[in-house]
Design a protein around this ligand. Structure first.
Ligand code: AMP
Length: 423
């Protein structure tokens, strides 16, 4: 026997009820985004490596350690996208979408790839749903984007979600803060661990995400990024907060929320779930970016967006018992008793044409085996087409939930099935 092949580590299949929940989640997301005026775009999974190096940033964990990068057959370096914003911005620039009226508002979704340490809620191929609004600098647009994500998550029925917001200001404001922060941390915790040393050297703001309790304690009493922000950044942040307050969107200001990617400026935000383990509790997040469109070769335009993790949201839905899978794959199964296959197939077609999810049994199995199959696939109604019944113009309808069974005239099939489904 050939040894069966398994999917690579950190990569998995979505089947059965999980797949149904997944579809429901995606549909809800694109509906919500559409209500806010964000049209769906589809961007590729493969991009030039340089796009991510330039945008996400050379010093980030993603670019340094996590990208799936390989030369194509002509020797060009390509990368499986580790996130969606860079590709969205590239798409905006490549098609001169700034000509179509700003802000350009769009949603996207799909698989992202990062070579991570795999654990529950952290995979190598995972999926994000996101939006971007590019071209206008207005705190009200930040409020719209943050509210969209909040509406989507709470609209799923999730109750234990917290919205964290912060402002990381402009790059020059951050530079001044980073200097102060680095000195403070080195003085307060002189024997930093190797991880934190590397963070301070390569991407100093990430020290705020340190796992070392001593560093976290020092940071609690240390200098705050907000203290380095100028009046414009502060007033933008205040407007975002008052805008959220006016719409009744509850938020918590988190001084340490800097997020991992280089391109963020000004507003940053994250949605966390209290129903998930603390280490993997971020459902998604995003922020405002100022230099990104230019970095990718476009005009100097700001943007704001977020990305939500599908797997994390599904885990939170499971933990909070919302977004339950709705029924089986089909509602009705047509069973064949005797030489009635031709009529059965016509009944199947009629139901399908009428919009009823219908299947039938294949392979000439016994009626008992067909009922077992009906049960396995979770059908709600079985229609049994028997030879002698057909002579009288009737078929048998069985409600598989209650076990109730009636004879119905063949021509009333669609109507009678609907009556049972509506119960
Ligand atoms: P990021 O692009 O890192 O800000 O991630 C946004 C969201 O995507 C996170 O909050 C998670 O919900 C999800 N996410 C990021 N990385 C992974 C991963 N490796 N596996 C599963 N979900 C992820």
């Amino acid at each position: 026997m050939t040894k069966p092949l398994a999917a690579p580590k950190g990569v998995y299949d979505v089947v059965g009820a999980d797949s149904a929940r997944w579809d429901a989640l995606e549909a809800r997301f694109y509906e919500t985004a559409a209500r806010y005026g964000y049209a769906r775009v589809r961007i590729p999974v493969l991009e030039h490596t340089d796009l991510f190096v330039r945008s996400v940033g050379e010093a980030t964990d993603i670019v340094r350690k996590e990208m799936y990068t390989f030369p194509d057959r002509a020797g060009r370096s390509l990368t499986l996208r580790p996130e969606g914003t860079a590709g969205m911005v590239r798409c905006f620039v490549e098609h001169s979408l700034d000509q179509q009226g700003l802000p350009w508002k769009a949603s996207y979704g799909g698989a992202m790839f990062r070579a991570e340490n795999v654990q529950r809620g952290r995979y190598r191929q995972f999926h994000q749903l996101g939006v971007e609004a590019i071209g206008v600098d207005d705190p009200a647009l930040d409020v719209e984007v943050v509210t969209l994500g909040w509406d989507f998550l709470t609209g799923l029925g999730l109750a234990d979600v917290t919205l964290l917001v912060n402002s990381i200001g402009r790059p020059e404001e951050r530079t001044s803060y980073v200097g102060i922060l680095g000195k403070y941390v080195e003085q307060t915790v002189p024997d930093l661990g190797p991880d934190d040393r590397e963070r301070l050297k390569l991407n100093p703001l990430r020290i705020l995400d340190s796992k070392d309790p001593r560093v976290q304690e020092a940071l609690a009493g240390g200098p705050k990024l907000r203290e380095s922000l100028g009046p414009d950044s502060l007033s933008h942040f205040e407007d975002v907060q008052s805008g959220l307050g006016a719409l009744g969107v509850p938020y918590v200001v988190d001084d340490t929320l800097v997020r991992g990617l280089d391109y963020y400026t000004s507003t940053t935000f994250e949605y966390t779930s209290g129903a998930l383990d603390a280490a993997q509790n971020a459902l998604g997040g995003g922020g405002h970016y100022d230099g990104l469109v230019e970095m990718v070769g476009g005009p100097s335009l700001p943007g704001i967006g977020f990305a939500l993790g599908v797997e994390r949201i599904l885990l939170a839905c499971e933990a909070e018992d919302v977004l339950a899978p709705g029924g089986g794959v089909v509602d009705v199964i047509v069973l064949v008793a005797g030489d009635t296959g031709t009529v059965a197939r016509l009944v199947v077609k009629e139901l399908r044409d009428a919009g009823v999810k219908t299947d039938t049994a294949y392979g000439g199995r016994s009626l008992k085996a067909q009922f077992k199959h009906a049960d396995r696939i979770g059908a709600r109604v079985a229609l049994v087409i028997g030879e002698r019944d057909l002579d009288r113009g009737v078929i048998t309808l069985r409600d598989l939930g209650s076990g109730e069974q009636v004879e119905i005239p063949v021509e009333e099939t669609v109507q009678r099935v609907r009556e049972v489904m509506d119960r």
